[in-house]
Design a protein around this ligand. Structure first.
Ligand SMILES: [Zn+2]
Length: 467
């Protein structure tokens, strides 16, 4: 067993700075942490009394960020002290908020008011500390402290600009997220639309259709789309594939074979396409007829009905499906966890298209918000802040049929966290899975955590900083 390491504020020390300043900062930060941490524990206890157990956990986690040794917070989280060090207790389950909707709204309202009072005290002091760090050239310390200011006052203009955020379509996104998106868009611009195919395809012959057909080395698309639109769809898919292969340095042997896509206009054509698929049983055919699409991962082919979706749907569908195929052939694991498959596909949809019409999971309670991806960050941010996000444990264990859209959003966010500089850990995770390890074991080994709780703590902290 190792002591909990996640809770210490870790920013690499700027070696060139006079050590006295570093030490000065550490002392100031520790003193402030010791003062503020009990206030969060107090808030947490009030939340527990109001049966806002999930919100209470957020407060306890925050208390430990401020003061990693705060016993009140450790005990409230069910942690155990062994030989002077605190440990995550795998037996201690996380309780959710235990209230009806109306009671929940009221209790949350009270909690937010209490937190605003605490923020009025914490923000000026953290801000002063950040300015002190800035003045003493402790850049990394200043940045980490400005990010803490955002935890209390997420629209604080000084903290926003100090942490490099940019405003886009009325939504603030971090400098890192903005850079990833800009690079992704540039890839679509630069992608090749391939060449137009003149010959009649077997599908056209069998169905008696006349389709627009485009080919590249990696894609073979045909469908009832205008030529200009088909070119855009191919370019988006090409960009998704290129970005995926590049990011994961996928060797030739683990790249997907030619990806084929068919785009039809209505249910009648969809049904006809399914009729022509000889490998399907009549039961499967009936099932797929009710769905908007069909895919065969083994053959890297998908078919989709584009109505009644918006015009940019085919592009997003092509991106989503391409990522599924790429991930499958790259990972080489028969049964990849649902969160990884869906989280990864949603991640590419977001950075390349700003939209997520496609969601492979369960499908109930699909809210409109899910489709406009730039709003996801703020949504997750407030859910995590208020303790309303589904627990990471539930999300990582859910299978695709049972996963809710809210959980899919957390899956996306967890993937976002992984792709933010944790590629080697992801590789280690996949290698452990390939070696037959259970997901829990693979996660513990790859990410150096002792359990889902600790992993959740790391992810939550990152969400509070980045979203
Ligand atoms: Zn999917």
């Amino acid at each position: 067993m190792r002591p909990l390491l996640i809770l210490a504020i870790a920013a690499s020390a700027a070696a060139a700075d006079p050590p006295r300043w570093e030490q000065d900062f550490a002392e100031r930060r520790a003193a402030l942490g010791k003062e503020l941490a009990p206030r969060h524990v107090e808030l947490g206890k009030k939340c527990d009394l109001r049966r806002l157990h999930a919100v209470a956990r957020t407060e306890y986690f925050r208390a430990l960020e401020l003061d990693p040794e705060n016993a009140g917070a450790h005990l409230a989280l069910g942690h155990l002290k062994v030989d002077g060090a605190w440990y995550d207790n795998p037996e201690a389950g996380a309780r959710g908020n235990d209230l009806s909707d109306r009671g929940l709204a009221e209790a949350l309202g009270r909690h937010r008011a209490a937190r605003r009072v605490l923020a009025m005290e914490a923000v000026p002091r953290l801000q002063a500390l950040a300015e002190w760090a800035d003045a003493h050239l402790l850049e990394a310390r200043a940045l980490a402290t400005w990010r803490e200011v955002l935890q209390y006052d997420d629209m604080n203009p000084a903290a926003r600009s100090a942490t490099g955020w940019v405003e886009r379509d009325g939504t603030w996104i971090s400098a890192e997220a903005a850079a990833v998106r800009a690079a992704a868009r540039a890839r679509i611009e630069a992608a090749k639309a391939g060449w137009k195919v003149g010959d009649t395809t077997p599908l056209e012959e069998q169905a008696g259709w006349v389709l627009t057909k485009y080919r590249t080395d990696a894609f073979d698309f045909q469908g009832f789309l205008p030529e200009s639109e088909m070119r855009e769809v191919v370019k988006s898919a090409e960009a998704a594939r290129a970005l995926f292969l590049e990011r994961f340095e996928v060797p030739g042997s683990r790249r997907p074979s030619l990806i084929r896509g068919v785009f039809v206009r209505n249910q009648k054509e969809h049904a006809k396409f399914l009729e022509l698929q000889k490998g399907l049983t009549s039961l499967e055919r009936d099932m797929y007829r009710l769905a908007p699409s069909w895919a065969d991962p083994a053959e890297t082919i998908f078919e989709v009905c584009v109505n009644p979706w918006p015009l940019d749907y085919p592009k997003e569908r092509a991106v989503h499906q391409t990522v599924h195929f790429c991930l499958q052939s790259f990972a080489g694991v028969e049964e990849l966890p649902a969160w990884l498959h869906e989280g990864m596909a949603l991640w590419y949809s977001d950075v390349l298209t700003d939209r997520a019409y496609v969601l492979c999971c369960g499908g109930k309670d699909r809210d409109e918000f899910l489709q406009e991806t730039p709003r996801w960050r703020r949504r997750i941010f407030s859910q995590v802040r208020d303790g309303l996000a589904p627990s990471l444990r539930d999300v990582l264990k859910a299978d695709l049929d049972a996963m809710t859209p809210r959980e899919a959003l957390v899956a996306w966010s967890f993937t976002d966290w992984m792709l933010d500089g944790r590629r080697q850990e992801l590789f280690a995770f996949l290698a452990a899975m390939q070696g037959g390890a259970s997901q829990g074991k693979a996660l513990r080994e790859a990410f150096g955590v002792k359990g889902y709780d600790e992993l959740e703590g790391v992810w939550r902290r990152w969400v509070m900083e980045r979203y």
